[in-house]
Design a protein around this ligand. Structure first.
Ligand SMILES: O=C(O)CCC(=O)C(=O)O
Ligand SMILES: [Fe+2]
Length: 267
C-alpha cells in the first residue's frame, strides 16, 4: 500500500475534492482485497455472484449496483482491512484532519449492464454535516467509462449546502437543484484494479452505466472526521443509538463508529 502522500497530492485534493492514487495496492494486496470482498459479499448475500445481468430487479436503484454494506461487521478478514490504521492515516493525511471514525464500508458491484449512478453528494445522506469527510474507493476490477468508472465535478466539494438529492433514474437530477454545477466539466477517472480514489464527502460524483457483460467491483469506505456532530438523520445508526442522540451532540460512540486513526497529540 502506498503510504506517502506528497504536498502536490494534498493540494490537488483540497482544490478538486478527489485524488486518484494509481497502484495504491500491489498485485498481491489487490488479490487479497478482491478475494476478501467476494467472500464477504457471498456470506452477506447467502449466494455466489453468478454473472447475471442487472435489469431483473423491480427497483431502478437495485439495478445500479449491488450495495453490500458493513461487511467489516460480518467478516474478520474484511474488518482487518478496513480497520487498518495505516490506511486511515493516509485518508487523514489527504483530508488534513486529526482523527477519523468509520462511517460505513460497502462493496459496490455494478453487475453486467447495470444502470448509471446518478450524480450526487454523499454527506447529505449521512448523520452529520461536514466538509471534511473523506471516502476511498478501491477498484477491484479495471473501471473505464465503458463499465462505470467514477466521474467527479472538480471543486464541487466546497459547498456547504447539505440538501440531499436522489440516486435515482435521472443522472442529472442534482443539476436542477444546483444549476451552478452545470458550469463545471465532469472529470471521468478511469482506474486499474488496485488503484484507489479518495474523495471528499461533498464532491459531486457519479458513474456511468456498465455497458459490458462483466462485473465492475469496488470496495469503498466513508470516513467521518472524529466527533462530527449529529444532524438528526438516522442513516446507518442503530435505532438505540439514534434515539439516544440529540442534535449537535458529537458522534463519539466507538462501538458504532469505530475510531480508526487518531493523530498523536491530537485531542
Ligand atoms: O461506484 C459507484 O458507482 C458509485 C460510488 C459512490 O457513489 C460512492 O462510493 O460514494
Ligand atoms: Fe457516492
Amino acid at each position: 500500500m502506498q503510504h506517502v502522500i506528497t504536498s502536490d497530492q494534498r493540494s490537488f485534493y483540497q482544490e478538486n475534492g478527489y485524488l486518484l492514487i494509481s497502484n495504491f495496492l500491489d498485485e498481491a494486496e489487490t488479490t487479497h482485497w478482491r478475494t476478501t470482498v467476494d467472500f464477504a459479499v457471498q456470506k452477506q448475500r447467502g449466494k455466489v455472484l453468478t454473472g447475471q445481468p442487472a435489469g431483473d430487479k423491480p427497483n431502478h436503484y437495485d439495478n445500479v449496483f449491488l450495495q453490500q454494506m458493513l461487511l467489516s461487521r460480518i467478516s474478520e478478514e474484511m474488518r482487518n482491512l478496513i480497520h487498518d490504521e495505516a490506511l486511515a492515516k493516509i485518508a487523514a493525511d489527504i483530508a488534513a484532519i486529526p482523527g477519523i471514525q468509520l462511517w460505513h464500508d460497502q462493496a459496490l458491484i455494478k453487475e453486467p449492464f447495470a444502470n448509471p449512478t446518478a450524480f450526487h453528494r454523499d454527506v447529505p445522506f449521512w448523520s452529520f454535516d461536514s466538509n471534511d469527510a473523506i471516502s476511498y474507493w478501491i477498484a477491484l476490477d479495471d473501471a473505464t467509462p465503458n463499465n462505470g468508472c467514477l466521474h467527479f465535478l472538480p471543486g464541487s466539494h466546497k459547498s456547504q449546502d447539505y440538501t440531499q438529492t436522489n440516486i435515482g433514474e435521472n443522472v442529472g437530477e442534482i443539476f436542477h437543484l444546483f444549476p451552478e454545477l452545470t458550469t463545471i466539466k465532469p472529470q471521468p477517472v478511469p482506474v486499474k484494479a488496485g488503484d484507489c480514489v479518495f474523495f471528499n464527502g461533498m464532491v459531486v460524483h457519479g458513474a456511468g452505466a456498465n455497458m459490458t457483460p462483466d462485473y465492475r467491483r469496488a470496495m469503498t469506505c466513508g470516513l467521518m472526521p472524529k466527533h462530527a456532530k449529529f444532524n438528526g438523520k438516522r442513516n446507518i445508526l442503530s435505532e438505540n443509538y439514534f434515539r439516544s442522540l440529540t442534535i449537535g451532540e458529537p458522534l463519539d460512540n466507538y462501538e458504532e463508529l469505530p475510531l480508526l486513526y487518531q493523530r498523536p497529540g491530537g485531542e
